[in-house]
Design a binder for this molecule. Structure first.
Ligand code: A2H
Length: 258
């Protein structure tokens, strides 16, 4: 462990509809007047307009933790514990767990993704490469700007039957969010461009995906301009903090560090 601290934006994706597998486990442990939120940790809040789904590791164990009478969070135990020392739960060091589920139990859940152009909601889908020990173990998917997310939605759509999901859950429209030199005149989907140029065929092409991720991140941050939202026309460097703050102000996100 180094001394660097990673500052994430923790986004709140409200559950609209559980699949039967999750409903059975949750039963009457959560009052119907309360909301449950999937809480992905992201470094790119300015891209949230382009969310098309949200990933969990199918074999990872998660909990639902009570943050208040009206709010419960679906995250890893490790993240809940960390959050309890960051003022996110009412009592310091306490993070009341009301249910235990695996990622597989919640695949298919319909959630509302703040700022997403897909305002009807997006689905919780499986991603094999989610790390249990990073962030919250929940990863929101922005396939326009994240090569990992793009490679994963392509794989999910191709093998929908194998993954036991509906193909259309992985096929929500991918819209351009950020203009960059590499994307300009080519549709501005930098993750798609890089995955295709580098001939990345699978979400498990770890080495190439790491390189693509680095290129997309640097180009997006230093040379990107917003194409959508309240900060359209502004540079990504300017917009990043502004989008984050407006998500926090609207109650749709909070700071999380580890
Ligand atoms: B980022 P760092 Cl558009 N396992 O958010 C695997 N990946 C995880 C994770 C976990 N447990 N927790 C978070 N992440 C992802 C958006 C995004 C992200 C875009 C482009 C690049 C990008 C939408 N997905 O990350 O290792 C999350 O995906 C590339 C750096 O802590 C989070 O931000 O540096 C990022 O990895 C955190 O990575």
């Amino acid at each position: 462990e180094g001394v660097t601290v990673q500052q994430y934006t923790a986004l709140k994706l409200k559950v609209k509809e559980w699949p039967e597998s999750a409903q059975k486990i949750i039963g009457d442990k959560i009052p119907s007047s309360a909301n449950v939120y999937f809480v992905p940790a992201t470094l790119r809040p300015e891209t949230m307009y382009g969310q098309t789904c949200c990933y969990v590791g199918p074999k990872i164990e998660y909990g639902i933790f009570k943050a208040s009478d009206t709010e419960y969070y679906f995250i890893s135990y490790r993240a809940a514990r960390n959050m309890s020392f960051q003022g996110i739960f009412p009592k310091w060091g306490e993070f009341p767990q009301v249910a235990t589920l695996t990622g597989a139990d919640v695949v298919g859940t319909l959630v509302n993704a703040p700022l997403s152009v897909h305002s009807q909601g997006v689905r919780i889908l499986p991603m094999e490469t989610v790390k249990a020990t990073k962030g919250t173990g929940v990863v929101t998917s922005v396939p326009s700007d994240s090569p990992d997310d793009y490679a994963t939605v392509m794989d999910l759509a191709k093998k929908a039957e194998y993954y036991n999901i509906k193909k259309e859950w992985a096929e929500l429209e991918i819209i351009p969010i950020i203009e960059t030199p590499r994307g300009k005149g080519k549709g501005n989907l930098i993750a798609k461009i890089l995955v295709e140029e580098m001939k990345i065929n699978s979400p498990k092409d770890a080495k190439q995906l790491a390189e693509a991720k680095d290129l997309a991140y640097k180009e997006g941050f230093y040379e990107g301009t917003m194409l959508v939202g309240d900060y359209k026309g502004k540079s990504v460097q300017e917009a990043k903090g502004l989008v984050k703050q407006s998500l926090i102000d609207s109650g749709d996100a909070f700071d999380y560090a580890e």
